[in-house]
Design a protein around this ligand. Structure first.
Ligand SMILES: Cc1cc2nc3c(=O)[nH]c(=O)nc-3n(C[C@H](O)[C@H](O)[C@H](O)COP(=O)(O)OP(=O)(O)OC[C@H]3O[C@@H](n4cnc5c(N)ncnc54)[C@H](O)[C@@H]3O)c2cc1C
Length: 432
C-alpha cells in the first residue's frame, strides 16, 4: 500500500503529538518531515518562548488542563468521551518522556464554595502540572525518540508560502512536495494562517463576540474567594445563550494595562511579582460572549471605536478614581458620569450592557463589603480570529481535504487540546 509523504509545519505540541502517534503506530518516520522556524531543543534558548521544539507553553510552562470546557474546542469535533481519551494520550506522552514522571501531579479543586452558589458558577477543572523545570529535558528526550524513528526535522526554517493546489511548501531556499499537510503553526504563525485563509478564500466558522470591561477593586473584598481559587473564574449563562465570565484575575500587585488594537484603546490586566509592587488590588475582565451577531469582528470593532473618547477608553466608578499603572502613571481613561453611562456606554453596547450590570450587582451580594468600592475600564475585548471550517472527522479543510489544521491555528488555546487535535488527525491518517 502506498503511504503518504507527510509534512508538518510547526514542531509545537500539536505537530509533535501528531508525529508521535504516527510513528508509535508503525508509520515510517522517513515519510514525515517537520519544519519549524525555531530551534531544536539543544539549541533553543529558555527565553525563546514561542518558537522551537514543543512550541509555546510546552517549553516554558507545562500546565496541562484536563477538561473539555477549557483550552479551546475539542469535543465539538469528536464528542466528549473521545476528547477525554485524546487528552489522556497527550498527558501520557509528557509522562513518557519525563525524567521524573513520579513528580507530575494533578490539582483538582472539587468544592464550589457555598456562598458563591446562588449567584455564580465557579469553573473548576483538573490540571496536570508537568513542572516547568523538566520541560527542556522532556523536549530533548521526545525529539530523540522521533529522530530515532527516522522523522526528518528542519529547524530554523520558516515556511513562507504553501501552494494548496499543487501540494507544495515553500521555505526561503527550498520547496517541498507533500501528499498530506498538517498545519500546526500556533500563535506565532497566526498571521501566516490568516494570509493563507485570505489567499485561498477558506470558508470559516463565525466566532462569537467576546467583549466587556476590566473590573477593579481592593483585593480585601474578594479575599474569601481568592483563598479558595487564586485565578477565580466566575461564570453566568443566560437562556438566550449570552454568557459572562470573569477572566484573567490579578491579585496582590495587580495593575490595569492599556492595550491598543486596530488603533483603539481597550484594557487588560497583569500582576507584578515583588513586594515593592504590592497595591492590594484585584482586577479581572468581565467578558461577555454573545452568540448570533452577524459579523462579530466588525461589530466589536465598532463598539470599541464608539466608546473611545479623546483617543482613550472610559472609566466609570460610583466612588473611585482610576488607579496607577505599574509605572506609577494614572491609567489612561476618560472618567464618565452615570449620565454618560446611559448616553454613551449603554447605546454602544446595544442593550448588552445590562448583563455586565447584573454581574456586578450579583458580586455585590456575594462579596457584601464591595458595595460601591469598585471601578470599570471600558472596553475589554478579545478579537477571536476566524476559525477555518474543517471536516469534523479529521480536521481537514473542507476545500483542501489533504490539509489538516490543528492546535492554536485551528481553535485550541492550550497544550492538552492542541496535542489532542494533533493525535486526532494522526489517528485519521492511520485509519486510512
Ligand atoms: C508563555 C506561554 C505559556 C503558556 N502556558 C500554557 C500552559 O501552561 N498550559 C496550556 O495549556 N497552555 C499554555 N500556553 C498556550 C499553549 O502553549 C498553546 O495553546 C499551545 O502551545 C499551542 O500548540 P500548537 O502546537 O498549536 O502551537 P505552538 O506550540 O505555538 O507551536 C507552533 C510552532 O510552529 C512554529 N511555526 C510558526 N509559524 C511557522 C512557520 N511559518 N514556519 C515554520 N514554523 C512555524 C513555531 O516556531 C512553533 O514552534 C502558553 C503559551 C505561552 C506563550
Amino acid at each position: 500500500m502506498k503511504q503518504d509523504k507527510i509534512v508538518i509545519v510547526g514542531a509545537g505540541v500539536a505537530g509533535i503529538n501528531a508525529a508521535t502517534k504516527l510513528v508509535d503506530n508503525g508509520y515510517p518516520g522517513e515519510l514525515i518531515t517537520i519544519i519549524d522556524k525555531g530551534s531544536d531543543p539543544h539549541n533553543r534558548l529558555p527565553e525563546e518562548v514561542m518558537t522551537g521544539m514543543l512550541g509555546a507553553g510546552g517549553w516554558s510552562d507545562g500546565k496541562l488542563t484536563y477538561h473539555t470546557a477549557i483550552g479551546g474546542q475539542l469535543s465539538k469535533y469528536c464528542g466528549e468521551d473521545k476528547a477525554m481519551e485524546l487528552m489522556d494520550q497527550v498527558i501520557a506522552n509528557f509522562r513518557r518522556f519525563h525524567p521524573k514522571p513520579e513528580e507530575i501531579f494533578c490539582s483538582d479543586p472539587q468544592e464550589e464554595p457555598e456562598f458563591i452558589k446562588p449567584y455564580f458558577g465557579l469553573r473548576m477543572f483538573p490540571v496536570w502540572h508537568i513542572g516547568s523545570n523538566f520541560l527542556h529535558e522532556i523536549a530533548k528526550a521526545w525529539y530523540q525518540y522521533l529522530v530515532d524513528k527516522g522523522v526528518r526535522f528542519e529547524w530554523e526554517t520558516q515556511v513562507e508560502d504553501i501552494d494548496f493546489n499543487n501540494n507544495r511548501v515553500y521555505t526561503h531556499n527550498a520547496d517541498l512536495k507533500y501528499d498530506t499537510l498538517i498545519f500546526a503553526v500556533g500563535k506565532s504563525g497566526i498571521d501566516f494562517a490568516q494570509e493563507l485563509a485570505q489567499q485561498y478564500n477558506l470558508p470559516d466558522e463565525p466566532k462569537p463576540v467576546q467583549i466587556g470591561v476590566r473590573f477593579e477593586a481592593p483585593q480585601k473584598h474578594f479575599q474569601k474567594l481568592i483563598d479558595v481559587s487564586y485565578d477565580f473564574k466566575l461564570y453566568h449563562k443566560f437562556d438566550n445563550g449570552v454568557s459572562l465570565r470573569s477572566f484573567c484575575t490579578n491579585n496582590n500587585a495587580a495593575y490595569v494595562a492599556v492595550e491598543e488594537t486596530y488603533g483603539n484603546v481597550s484594557y487588560n490586566g497583569h500582576a507584578k511579582k515583588g513586594e515593592e509592587f504590592r497595591n492590594d488590588m484585584t482586577n479581572f475582565g468581565i467578558l461577555m460572549e454573545i452568540p448570533g451577531i452577524e459579523d462579530p469582528f466588525e461589530w466589536s470593532r465598532k463598539l470599541v471605536s464608539n466608546v473611545n473618547t479623546s483617543g482613550t477608553g472610559l472609566y466609570y466608578s460610583p466612588s473611585r478614581r482610576p488607579s496607577l499603572t505599574s509605572e506609577g502613571e494614572t491609567v489612561s481613561a476618560v472618567a464618565f458620569s452615570s449620565r454618560e453611562l446611559e448616553d454613551i456606554i449603554k447605546p454602544a453596547f446595544q442593550g448588552y450592557f445590562k448583563y455586565i450590570e447584573d454581574f456586578i450587582e450579583d458580586m455585590k451580594k456575594v462579596f457584601p463589603t464591595l458595595e460601591n468600592d469598585w471601578g470599570i475600564y471600558v472596553p475589554e475585548v478579545k478579537y477571536l480570529s476566524p476559525e477555518p471550517l474543517v471536516d469534523y472527522t479529521n480536521l481537514a479543510l473542507t476545500t483542501f481535504p489533504n490539509v489538516h489544521f490543528v492546535g492554536d491555528a485551528l481553535s485550541a488555546r492550550g497544550i492538552t487540546v492542541s496535542g489532542a487535535q494533533g493525535i486526532y488527525v494522526a489517528e485519521n491518517i492511520l485509519s486510512n
